[in-house]
Design a protein around this ligand. Sequence first.
Ligand SMILES: *[C@@H]1O[C@H](CO)[C@@H](O)[C@H](O)[C@H]1NC(C)=O
Ligand SMILES: *[C@@H]1O[C@H](CO)[C@@H](O)[C@H](O)[C@H]1NC(C)=O
Ligand SMILES: *[C@@H]1O[C@H](CO)[C@@H](O)[C@H](O)[C@H]1NC(C)=O
Ligand SMILES: *[C@@H]1O[C@H](CO)[C@@H](O)[C@H](O)[C@H]1NC(C)=O
Ligand SMILES: *[C@@H]1O[C@H](CO)[C@@H](O)[C@H](O)[C@H]1NC(C)=O
Ligand SMILES: *[C@@H]1O[C@H](CO)[C@@H](O)[C@H](O)[C@H]1NC(C)=O
Ligand SMILES: *[C@@H]1O[C@H](CO)[C@@H](O)[C@H](O)[C@H]1NC(C)=O
Ligand SMILES: *[C@@H]1O[C@H](CO)[C@@H](O)[C@H](O)[C@H]1NC(C)=O
Ligand SMILES: *[C@@H]1O[C@H](CO)[C@@H](O)[C@H](O)[C@H]1NC(C)=O
Length: 745
Amino acid sequence: MALIMFIFYVICMLFSSPLVIADDITIEIPTKSNLQTYIVRVNLPRGRVLADSDKLESWYTSFLPAREEADSARLVHSYRNVATGFAAKLSPEEAKEMEKMEGFITARPQKKLSLHTTHSPSFLGLHQNLGLWKSSNYGEGVIIGLLDTGIAPGHPSFDDKDMPPPPKKWKGKCEFTGAACNNKLIGARSFISDGPAGPPVDEEGHGTHTAGTAAGNFVPGANVFGMANGTAAGMAPRAHLAVYKVCSEDGCGDADILAAMDTAVDDGVDVLSLSLGGGSFDFFDDVIAVGAFAAIQKGIFVSCSAGNSGPFNASLSNEAPWILTVGASTTDRRILATTVLGNKDVYTGESLFQPSNFPYESMPLIDAGAGGNETAGLCGPGSLDDTDVKGKIVLCQRGGGVARIEKGQTVKDAGGAAMILMNDELDAYDTVADPHVLPATHVSYDAGEKIRAYINSSSTPWAAITFQGTVIANPSAPTVASFSSRGPSLASPGILKPDIIGPGVSILAAWPVSVDNNTNENATFNMISGTSMSCPHLSGIAALLKSTHPDWSPAAIKSAIMTTAGQLDLEGGPIEDERHLPADVFALGAGHVNPSSANDPGLVYDLQPEDYIPYLCGLGYTDDEIRTIVQQSVSCSNITSVPEVQLNYPSFSVKLGPATKTYTRTVTNVGEANSTYSVEVNRVKGVDVGVTPGTLSFTKVNQKMTYEIKFSKSSTRVNATFVQGAIVWRSEKRAVRSPISVKLV
Ligand SMILES: *[C@@H]1O[C@H](CO)[C@@H](O)[C@H](O)[C@H]1NC(C)=O
Ligand SMILES: *[C@@H]1O[C@H](CO)[C@@H](O)[C@H](O)[C@H]1NC(C)=O
Ligand SMILES: *[C@@H]1O[C@H](CO)[C@@H](O)[C@H](O)[C@H]1NC(C)=O
Ligand SMILES: *[C@@H]1O[C@H](CO)[C@@H](O)[C@H](O)[C@H]1NC(C)=O
Ligand SMILES: *[C@@H]1O[C@H](CO)[C@@H](O)[C@H](O)[C@H]1NC(C)=O
Ligand SMILES: *[C@@H]1O[C@H](CO)[C@@H](O)[C@H](O)[C@H]1NC(C)=O
Ligand SMILES: *[C@@H]1O[C@H](CO)[C@@H](O)[C@H](O)[C@H]1NC(C)=O
Ligand SMILES: *[C@@H]1O[C@H](CO)[C@@H](O)[C@H](O)[C@H]1NC(C)=O
Ligand SMILES: *[C@@H]1O[C@H](CO)[C@@H](O)[C@H](O)[C@H]1NC(C)=O
């Protein structure tokens, strides 16, 4: 199993090739006295309920080895809600010794999971004094908990202007001293076990950015290098924030993540947002899945990033069906930088850094890789020192484990005037507006190949670069970002993942330090990309829906978000991927989030926590494995297990052989009492899909109705492994859509 988790932006922001960076991350093992943080699971003493947390802790402490130092030096976390057990500093020998003790179940070393806006509200149809923002009162009264790198308190995005005090149920703590916490930032704690203790200050920027995206207050005049200037606001600008620091520069310890989720569940958060994760894990061995299950049992909605390992198939993280798995898409805002070649070809690219004093005149153009040296072509550090690039525009290739901005630094250090950064083939047309350190433009692979051919064909190649600033008019938006992880799910192939996509490319939000030295020293912003950025968009939207529909379960909110998602871009064509080809269900999930429609879905596919037990039995997990997740004794032999696809999920992922497959779904009417829906099947190539009944007539609010859906191979043979389609329940006013993926076997 990969001992790695990602804060899902680092990869994108700093490295163009996620696979390469994944290899670069190593596990930190504390060298001091050979002690590591272990997660230890135990049983409660026979016949006793330890409601009192002191008694619980002394039971946990009884497992610790005989020792000289105080127990508090060894016991790192005592779990209460998400697990029966604790985290402790142990040597491998001590962990082994513990196996003999009565009540011991398992112990394993902590895994290091590595860390995977001015415009996105309006792009998503959220406007001041209108619609969902108005009806939800901007998410007022809702608490969003974020597990991340901490926060920069005092940033204007976390000002508590117009914020009411936290709701009475709030029990969390603030570890900052003074007035750092307020009615916006109501809680802040650190759970870092490997490293210096201290308040949850954000040293990375990631946690400040995700918190600002989820629930930052309105900040006028937010910009980076003067670009994307406007009023920055999170998705739920009146929601409260509680931050749980679980990641540092060493990554995110999973014992610490589990402890933070354990605490958040007690503190009274309504939504949990996790822009981090690992690869695909079995759910019982995935602390985020385990912690999230405890959360949904208390009605807490959990939103997680899908991962930045796209465009490769089956590259998802956070696949549990009780989690919302969020992929990333572009918005219609671009920060344009155009290059004109000596042959009069013009290519449009992007850069956040747009110097006003860069002359628009022809300069010699050179391909850094022209000599055939791969490192030089990638503009790796120092690779151009022996090349004459002085006063020239240098073409560099994306990828190779060298950060995009670092490539610019290489060119700048060697005396180059500007950089054209061309994509690698996989990233195709996906470009990013980065805060480059010199005049630059990031162009597509296609454009890059043409520029290289021009350089190769000319004895005196030249180019000029000109900057157009912020342009909000990209009709092909949204597109799925190349880095956005893709399905199918490995942990549970019968559940279609990701669930949804939302804005995650070139997102402007709060940053602890200035990246351009020019802005108001306290109101600093940065523009970064990743599924880490799309996840808090959905967390904020879930907070708005919690506010308008306090009685909805986490599954109902998720269903509302998924069945109302969009499939079309601004031009009215299908949403495309980085190749400019229609994105498939494994990239899109249910589609692009539409917050206003999600507020009024008509029907929802609801689920209660206990509904997942027959599903988990159906996955083939043992009773003990399921108990780890659901925190109660389960006997699969005593209940009717169901196949994964039978879970009442708002999408379908079916494996189809010669035999017909039949499943049922139950929908709950959350629209008008009297409403009638008729089914429409969007063709699935090579598969016959039959739905009975074809019409559902409701007469009451919250009335439930069940339908049956049959899948069978049609007589036309199809040469494909996966085929896709959808079913839509349509009323006069609404369309309730569920995507379908069928694997033909
Ligand atoms: C940002 O917009 C505001 C309001 O339109 C304006 O006052 C301010 O000068 C702008 N800032 C920049 C850097 O363009
Ligand atoms: C992913 O799978 C789809 C469908 O099976 C295939 O068309 C596509 O080429 C695959 N993509 C990658 C990056 O492997
Ligand atoms: C390519 O350039 C790098 C950096 O200048 C150098 O270290 C390396 O030896 C070169 N590789 C080849 C194959 O010449
Ligand atoms: C450059 O041009 C030469 C001669 O036309 C050709 O053989 C070579 O493949 C070209 N190289 C590139 C990188 O296009
Ligand atoms: C910001 O200031 C630092 C230190 O003064 C300097 O090294 C850096 O180049 C500046 N960055 C920009 C983008 O001007
Ligand atoms: C930044 O914040 C400090 C402390 O809150 C305050 O004294 C200072 O005036 C602020 N600076 C600006 C430029 O707003
Ligand atoms: C399973 O059901 C049987 C009969 O109802 C009961 O005796 C047994 O205790 C149950 N086992 C578990 C683990 O719940
Ligand atoms: C629903 O329709 C029934 C029969 O047409 C009618 O009696 C009832 O008043 C309607 N209910 C509502 C809430 O409109
Ligand atoms: C199915 O598609 C593959 C790849 O597209 C092709 O190589 C193969 O010949 C096709 N088989 C049939 C029976 O058409």
